[in-house]
Structure formats: structure tokens, C-alpha cells
Write a protein that binds this ligand. Structure first.
Ligand code: C2O
Ligand code: CU
Ligand code: CU
Length: 487
């Protein structure tokens, strides 16, 4: 099904498993938690043992000297105050991906704030309205900054969380490692930007290549999955287990099993699943990612301890999570717009003519749509392209009326997959190629397959200039990005 398999690097590094620890080069002078809802955070260069302790340390950029950054947990509906210090050698910001917050706190350079200069501090303050699994990452020099290790999970806790034995987080990341265990240079390769983006050769789980994650027979786990990769799409299969999806992009849904048993996660997407550990004590069960044909690999294994099951009877099916206070779009009254995704290399399926296409620069514009606004960009939305990370003075593609409902068709005319992300809002995903989605679902990032048309709807209830972009970061930087003004 995947179209870019020949572009992937070898799976060699994926197989070298080992437990890893993360060490920082410097200790933070600050306590990490000052009081409830208030904390400090920093970004600096450091090192991490992504491949295991017996392998060389990798030079990284890290939040609080950890890769991934610390898991930030805050209660729903309570003010959060994060004093962030930039100890990198370049400007940065933090974007709180998926949190509905005021535009000034959204971390988009030139729109929310100027980049925070080296040595400077910025205070992020917001009150998260929704409980769920979110994440944070920079929005400046995003390929390099995220690709060198700057990202972390952000968990907003329900007042009444579901009853489970353990609440686990798997923050997944994808790295392109050199043979000596360093992060390969070459971010922003223009050829990659026209295809799948920078897909790596090493996938880590909570900052290390994982050989196994300990579990106990009979326990019920809430597992929060975050795809923090720059470009890699993942489709996870839990051998011998039946995960139930209870939330997508932090937003609760009716508990259901995934289609074909695969949890499909584009970059930036999250899923909360409830898994009952029904395997046998002492056994191991593989968790595989088989999104890219012929490049399936074992992400990890569920490693059962030898203890007897902690319960003898299976539990009842999980209840839905408590709902978040999302504004329900009025579909009958919604104003409709079509957003056409354009560009990239044609014929992503086979990739056989890679060399030839590289010279020719053949673009997937589609149906004679004007590509005049694209300039040197490789991708566009409705013929216009915004490149980079966000800049001052970007004109909005559309101006939406505050409080009104909108229904967008995201029409992918390209040969590539795009996880399309809207800032500042969550939207309902209504249909794919005209077929209603089987379960009512909300998201902030929707994965659109090649040639697919996806309908989404939302209430434009948050004033500001909000980015809508592909979360394959190479695609974003090369033009698959626009701004919606809500006023
Ligand atoms: Cu997760 Cu504009 O980003
Ligand atoms: Cu975002
Ligand atoms: Cu894309």
C-alpha cells in the first residue's frame, strides 16, 4: 500500500536493539516543577543513548537534557505556566500541538511571537480545555530542531480518568543514523522534500531502540501512542492482542478496534488505546510496524513476566472517555471550501524513474489548476505555497468568520500521503472519498492518502491566523502550508 518503499533506508539499525539511557551534558540549574501548573523547561544540546548503552552516545538537541523531552502532565481546565529558556545556539519556539489555546501562545514565528533568541526566556501560559494526549515541539527550523531531538509528550489529565492498571506512553521517533551512531546531516534535501520526506532508519520508543516492554498477564493498560517522526507513517500491529481505540489526537471516540487490526498513525498523530494483556505469562509478542511494504520491522515486543495473570476473568469492554468541551459544527449551515493539495513528484508508486524525474522536475499539479503562486516551492494548496516555518506577513488563504461552521474538502491530487494539521482547533473527520467514517472521530491531524478526498468540519471559534499544514516536515517547509484567518 505504501508508495515510497524504495526510498527508505535499510532496516539494519532497526534491528540493533538494546536498552538505553539518556544522559544530559549539563544539569539544569532549575527545579523542573515549581508548583502546580507552573514549571520550567529549557532546550539545549546534549547527548542521548538512542541505540543502547553499548553504542556511542548521539549528539542531540534536547528539552531538559532528555530525549524525548519530559512528559508534561497538567490537569484539564487549570492554568498552565511554562517558563522556557532557549539555551540552543539558534532561535526557537514551542508549539503545543493539538491544544486549543490563544494564538499568542501557539509558537508560530512571525504570527504568535518572534523566535526566542539564544539565552532568552519566554513564558507560555494557557488553560488546556481538553483532556488527552498531545505533544510539544519547536516551530522554527523544524526539520533540524525536531529531527535532532526536540519534542515531548503533553498529557492533559481527565478529572475522572478511566480505570486501568497502568497508563503508559510510547513516544515514537524516527532517526536517520550514521554508522557511528550520529544523526545524519542533510536535512531539507530537496529531492526528499518532493517525495516521502526524511524517513530515517531507526525508530525509538521513549528515546531508545526497544527490545521489549515489560507487561503482566491480565493487566489492562491505557497506552498513549504519539508519532513524533518527521516523516515516517506507522501502522502498528499488536500480535495476539486486540487494542481498542478510545481517543484519536487526544479527542475521545467510541471505543473500537482498528480496521484490519492496524493502528495507523501519520506524523504528529496520537492514539489512546486500551489493551488487555491476554497473553501467556513468560511469552513475548511482537509489535510490528508494517506501513511500508517489505519494510516491516518489530518496533518492540510485549514481554510478559512469569507471574500468574492478575485477574482470571476478562474485563468488560472499556467505557468511552469523558467527552471534551468541543464545539459541534453545524453541518447544514456550514460554509464549504475545497482545499486542493498539489505538487510533489508524480508516480510515487513505483519510484522506478527516480533519476529521470529528478532532472525533469515533473510536478503533480493536477487538472490544470494554476500553480503560479508556487514559485520555487515543491508543493501548494490551491495553487499557493507558503514555505518554511511560518513568517510574518503571510497572507491568509481564507478568512473565516468567528463562530461560524466550516466544512472543508481536503482533496489530495498528489501521489503522496499527507498528515494535514490545523492549529488552534480540533475538527470532525466526516468522510473519506464520499464514504462517512465508520466511527465518529475528531482530530487535529488527518492522514490523507494519495488521490483521496477527506471532509472535515469545525467551528471557527478561535480568533487568529492559524496554520494549516502537512506534518511531513519536509512537505511543510517546501510549501504544503497555508494560513486560515479567523476574525
Ligand atoms: Cu505539530 Cu504546525 O505543528
Ligand atoms: Cu499544531
Ligand atoms: Cu505531506
Amino acid at each position: 500500500m505504501a508508495s515510497n518503499r524504495n526510498f527508505l533506508w535499510s532496516r539494519r539499525a532497526l534491528l540493533g536493539a538494546g536498552a538505553g539511557l539518556v544522559l544530559g551534558t549539563a544539569l539544569s540549574p532549575w527545579p523542573t516543577r515549581a508548583a502546580d501548573g507552573a514549571r520550567r523547561l529549557s532546550a539545549a544540546s546534549g547527548q542521548a543513548f538512542l541505540l543502547g548503552k553499548d553504542r556511542p552516545a548521539t549528539q542531540v538537541w534536547a528539552y531538559d537534557d532528555q530525549v524525548p523531552g519530559p512528559v508534561l502532565r497538567f490537569p484539564q481546565g487549570k492554568p498552565v505556566r511554562i517558563t522556557f529558556e532557549n539555551r540552543l545556539e539558534e532561535g526557537t519556539t514551542i508549539h503545543w500541538h493539538g491544544i486549543r489555546l490563544p494564538i499568542g501562545m501557539d509558537g508560530v514565528p512571525g504570527i504568535s511571537q518572534p523566535p526566542i533568541k539564544p539565552g532568552e526566556t519566554f513564558v507560555y501560559e494557557f488553560t488546556p480545555p481538553d483532556a488527552g494526549t498531545f505533544w510539544y515541539h519547536p516551530h522554527v527550523d523544524s526539520l533540524r530542531q525536531i529531527g535532532r531531538g526536540l519534542s515531548g509528550a503533553l498529557i492533559i489529565e481527565e478529572q475522572e480518568p478511566p480505570v486501568v492498571d497502568r497508563d503508559l506512553l510510547w513516544m515514537l521517533a524516527d532517526w536517520r543514523m550514521t554508522d557511528d551512531g550520529q544523526i545524519a546531516a542533510g536535512f531539507g534535501n530537496p529531492m526528499e522534500a518532493m517525495m516521502s520526506g526524511r524517513i530515517g532508519n531507526t525508530v525509538t520508543l521513549n528515546g531508545r531502540v526497544s527490545a521489549g516492554e515489560p507487561v503482566r498477564a491480565g493487566e489492562r493498560i491505557r497506552l498513549r501512542l504519539v508519532n513524533g517522526a518527521l516523516a515516517r507513517i506507522m501502522a502498528l500491529r499488536f500480535e495476539g492482542h486486540r487494542p481498542m481505540i478510545v481517543a484519536i489526537d487526544g479527542q475521545p471516540c467510541d471505543p473500537h478496534e482498528p480496521k484490519d487490526g492496524r493502528l495507523l498513525l501519520g506524523p504528529a498523530m496520537r492514539m489512546d488505546v486500551i489493551i488487555d494483556m491476554q497473553g501467556e505469562p513468560g511469552r513475548r509478542y511482537r509489535v510490528t510496524d508494517d506501513f511500508y511494504d517489505e519494510l516491516a520491522y518489530a518496533l518492540t515486543e510485549l514481554a510478559y513476566d512469569t507471574e500468574q495473570p492478575m485477574r482470571t476473568h476478562p474485563l468488560d469492554a472499556p467505557h468511552p472517555l469523558p467527552p471534551n468541551p468541543l464545539p459541534e459544527p453545524d453541518l447544514a449551515a456550514a460554509e464549504r471550501h475545497e482545499l486542493v493539495l498539489q505538487g510533489g513528484m508524480m508516480g510515487g508508486g513505483a519510484m522506478a524513474g527516480l533519476g529521470g524525474m529528478a532532472g525533469g522536475g515533473m510536478m503533480g499539479g493536477g487538472n490544470g489548476m494554476s500553480m503560479a503562486g508556487m514559485g520555487s516551492a515543491g508543493w501548494a494548496i490551491n495553487g499557493s505555497a507558503m514555505t518554511g516555518d511560518g513568517q510574518a506577513g503571510m497572507p491568509p488563504l481564507l478568512t473565516l468568520k468567528l463562530g461560524r461552521s466550516y466544512l472543508f474538502t481536503l482533496r489530495n491530487q498528489t501521489a503522496w500521503w499527507h498528515p494535514m494539521h490545523l492549529h488552534g482547533h480540533s475538527f470532525r473527520v466526516l468522510s473519506r472519498n464520499g464514504t462517512p467514517v465508520p466511527h465518529r472521530e475528531w482530530g487535529d491531524t488527518v492522514l490523507v492518502s494519495p488521490r483521496e478526498a477527506v471532509e472535515i468540519a469545525f467551528v471557527a471559534d478561535n480568533p487568529g491566523d492559524w496554520m494549516l499544514h502537512c506534518h511531513v516536515i519536509d512537505h511543510q517547509m517546501a510549501g504544503l502550508m497555508t494560513i486560515l484567518r479567523i476574525a
